[in-house]
Ligand binder design. Structure first.
Ligand code: ADP
Ligand code: MG
Length: 427
């Protein structure tokens, strides 16, 4: 099959020849096939949007070649480029970019107004899409009256109203909460499946990767690696963290997932780059390729020497924690607990938490905590939901515990949940 997007030796340099010259894309070579769903993934500033925009014909190569559906967008004449934007690519942005003065229907119709179709035919297509995306009842409203998730659905309908071959989406869920992100990503997935459209998606968030067929990992203006998502999820039903991690990173082996789990628990303040490097070292440690002393040394060493520049004390503590977690790591653990074992666990952790954090709960409150813990241990409550629930006031179904304490409690629970030793001890 011939590629629908072919990129050869692409370089994009901003402000060429000026003092602030910046090489955003260094030497990109890639091919994307018709009907594929790919994601450009990497930290902020690595060149994802620039790459997407060169495919869209919104940014032009400094050198190299971009061919999209046998056309070279940088060489198209004005009118051809207009048609390219109409029928070859449809764009969706993080910030929606709807026109505030137009109602929703007219926003969706916008790209079609110039296509010469009769009004009836145009409106029919727009209605079809709005119906499918659950926004038909909002047709008469203005963008400002819609939630972010709804606005993004409008923007996707607009991008599709001319039925382009390729949908380009730059961080389409970057502004949305997790519920709306899921709605929008599923919708894009649905378009991919039912219409067999090529999807080129950009994200910096590993949570957004699950629907991609291939993931292009980018760093510093280059593609670091391309990974096929072999276990592409058809019905995401994420229960536990290790589950959700193994779904977001289906190509990682057990050790690498383990490293991510550990990493999630010990660091979030470090930059993405540092986290990625740490993850590599922790994976090596889990695999037994380096020992604990070497890990301490790495945490302690300066950046120039390939280390992480932590204080000696911190380095030691981190290595201890990693060591501890690794010993207890049991990421295969997914099965629902036997009821009485679960009850014992809940009791134990409940007493422990009450004591450690001076929770001073009355009888009813303790009962509620037990319920929540049981749900959490049964993987019926994700960490985030548990966190949100326990923070709420008593009358809203929560325990009104302050955020800092709740965060600590959540971390403890997670440690226990993935701690094999804990379970063995209690039997
Ligand atoms: P990403 O989408 O991965 O966050 P971008 O493609 O937006 O990255 O940007 C890559 C790099 O190029 C960044 O360092 C950014 O500051 C720089 N850059 C992007 N657009 C321009 C521009 N129009 N002029 C100068 N520099 C730019
Ligand atoms: Mg970007």
């Amino acid at each position: 099959m011939e590629a629908i997007v072919k990129i050869k030796n692409l370089k994009v340099i901003y402000n060429l020849g000026k003092l602030n010259e910046y090489s955003a894309l260094k030497d990109i070579n890639l091919e994307i096939y018709p009907g594929e769903y790919v994601t450009f993934f990497g930290p902020s500033g690595c060149g994802k949007s620039t790459l997407l925009y060169t495919i869209a014909g919104l940014e032009f190569p400094t050198s190299g070649e971009v061919i999209v559906n046998q056309q070279n967008p940088s060489q198209l004449k004005n009118k051809e480029l207009v048609n390219f934007h109409r029928y070859t690519v449809g764009m969706v942005f993080q910030a929606y970019y709807l026109i505030p003065q137009l109602n929703i229907l007219n926003n969706v119709l916008m790209p079609r107004i110039f296509s010469g179709d009769e009004i009836e035919k145009r409106t029919q297509k727009a209605n079809e899409l709005m119906n499918r995306f659950g926004i038909i009842d909002l047709a008469k409203r203005r963008p400002s009256q819609l939630s972010g998730g709804q606005q993004q659905r409008v923007a996707i309908a607009r991008a599709l109203v001319n039925d382009p071959l390729i949908l380009l989406a730059d961080e389409p869920v970057g502004n949305l909460d997790s519920k709306n992100s899921e709605i929008v990503l599923k919708l894009i997935d649905d378009i991919h499946r039912t219409e067999k459209k090529t999807i080129i998606h950009v994200s910096h968030n590993p949570k957004d990767l699950e629907f991609s067929d291939r993931i292009f990992y980018m760093k510093d203006g280059q593609i670091e690696k391309i990974v096929e998502n072999k276990r592409r999820i058809t019905n995401p039903d994420i229960n536990s963290e290790s589950d959700s991690l193994s779904k977001a990173y289906p190509y990682l082996d057990k050790n690498e997932i383990g490293a991510k789990l550990i990493l999630n628990q010990i660091i979030s303040d470090y930059s993405i780059e540092t986290q990625q490097r740490m993850e590599k070292e922790i994976t090596r440690f889990i695999k037994g390729e380096i020992n604990k002393n070497k890990l301490i040394q790495l945490f302690d060493n300066s950046q120039e020497n390939g280390g992480f520049d932590l204080y000696k004390q911190t380095a030691k503590k981190m290595a201890d924690l990693v060591d501890n977690l690794t010993k207890n790591l049991d990421i295969e653990e997914k099965e629902t607990e036997q009821e009485n074992t679960l009850q014992k666990r809940v009791n134990k952790i409940k007493s422990y938490l009450c004591e450690k954090y001076n929770l001073n709960l009355n009888f009813e409150q303790v009962e509620r905590l037990e319920e929540m813990l049981t749900e959490r241990f049964n993987f019926k409550l994700s960490e985030i939901r548990f966190n949100q629930k326990i923070i709420k006031n008593w009358k809203d179904g929560g325990l009104g515990i302050n955020k800092r304490t709740v965060n600590k409690i959540c971390r403890e629970i997670k440690l226990v949940m993935f701690n094999k030793k804990f379970k063995e001890n209690e039997n």
